[in-house]
Design a protein around this ligand. Structure first.
Ligand code: PLP
Length: 333
């Protein structure tokens, strides 16, 4: 709560808005990983018994659905085929059949590197069911994929410090539109979470932004300083935010071209629906990920194995999966 920390926190809140191209959405910067964003959405925006529609493009869709159910939501899911996205027409059909409080989209599912189109989905939601909130899990997307929160009509973006934002892990970053806050403020039942309740965090965020400290639970001071340094680099440094997105695409295209040259295939089935901050590929036939990863590491290249129930295998060919991250290349580009 020291005086020199107050503007660091306040600026971090303001700069978070800039990264998401929003004028008046409310950022929440809270100690916790990206997962805490699911808890915040589930606890604050969906009352027990209300319906949520999860557009599932991989492992992280399963977990978001699980979290929503934990807080009492009635969850329906539209599951994309492995490596594919959910078509807007399917969302339209589901919204026409039932009323949903929220629709969740995983912008980039880290288990598949599938890139959803949040603008196209939000357009459908606004047209067919304008009261439904559009929630974007952008843990693996913010600052590596463009997100125009206001222009696209996204009501909540949830993310974390450790991926495109380039800070150490441990900071949950959630940005809620004024519409989402009104929905929160008009809820009938009590929030069934203590730490994740916006009732407790909203006064803290507002106080820091207006220049004074406030306390509900100790903020992760060191992480907020690191996050502030990252945001300053992203917004005020070279490259600019727009140039950064272009560089992510260019770097990603280079990685993907090299993958193709090696005769390997990517998990996303449509090249236009593949992430720019990471690349998910299948191992060559007969090669185990556990043999390959140390060889990469020896050459200073960090590659992760797959995630979730599909870890290490593709359903059709039983090939192990690998994820490459191009973010480091951008930082030094
Ligand atoms: C798309 C997505 N959502 C949620 C999470 C969960 O974030 P965390 O591991 O920081 O809790 C991740 C983590 O990789 C993710 O990629």
């Amino acid at each position: 709560m020291s005086a020199e920390f107050v503007p660091i926190f306040g600026d971090s809140i303001r700069m978070t808005r800039e990264v998401l191209y929003t004028k008046d959405a409310q950022p929440f910067l809270i100690s916790g990983s990206g997962t805490l964003g699911w808890d915040q959405v589930s606890a604050n925006l969906v009352e027990p018994g209300e319906r949520a529609l999860v557009l599932n493009t991989g492992y992280f869709g399963d977990s978001f659905a699980d979290c929503l159910q934990t807080y009492g939501a009635e969850v329906d899911q539209i599951r994309a085929d492995f490596g594919a996205t959910v078509a807007p027409a399917e969302v339209e059909k589901a919204l026409a059949a039932k009323k949903y409080k929220i629709v969740t989209i995983t912008h980039v599912d880290t288990s598949t590197a599938v890139l959803s189109d949040p603008k196209a989905i939000a357009d459908v939601v606004k047209r067919v069911s304008p009261d439904t909130l559009v929630v974007l899990d952008a843990v693996c997307a913010v600052a590596s994929e463009e997100i125009q929160m206001d222009a696209w009509g996204i009501d909540v973006v949830l993310t974390a410090s450790q991926k495109g934002l380039g800070a150490p892990p441990g900071l949950s970053i959630v940005i809620a539109s004024q519409k989402a806050l009104r929905v929160f403020e008009s809820r009938e039942s009590k929030v069934t979470a203590f730490y994740a309740s916006w009732k407790r965090w909203l006064p803290v965020m507002r106080a820091y932004e207006s220049g004074s400290a406030a306390y509900f639970a100790t903020p992760p001071v060191n992480l907020v300083y690191a996050y502030h340094a990252s945001l300053t680099q992203i917004l005020k440094g070279t490259p600019s935010l727009e140039e950064r997105f272009r560089l992510h695409r260019a770097t990603s295209n280079r990685v993907k071209a090299a993958v193709k040259d090696l005769g390997l295939s990517e998990v996303p089935v449509d090249p236009h629906a593949a992430a720019n901050g990471m690349t998910a590929i299948y191992c060559p036939a007969g090669v185990k990920a556990s043999d390959l990863l140390p060889a990469f590491l020896q050459r200073g290249v960090i590659v992760a194995g797959g995630l979730g129930s599909r870890k290490g295998t593709s359903p059709s060919s039983a090939l192990p999966m690998l994820s490459l991250t191009a973010t480091q290349t951008i930082t030094s580009a």
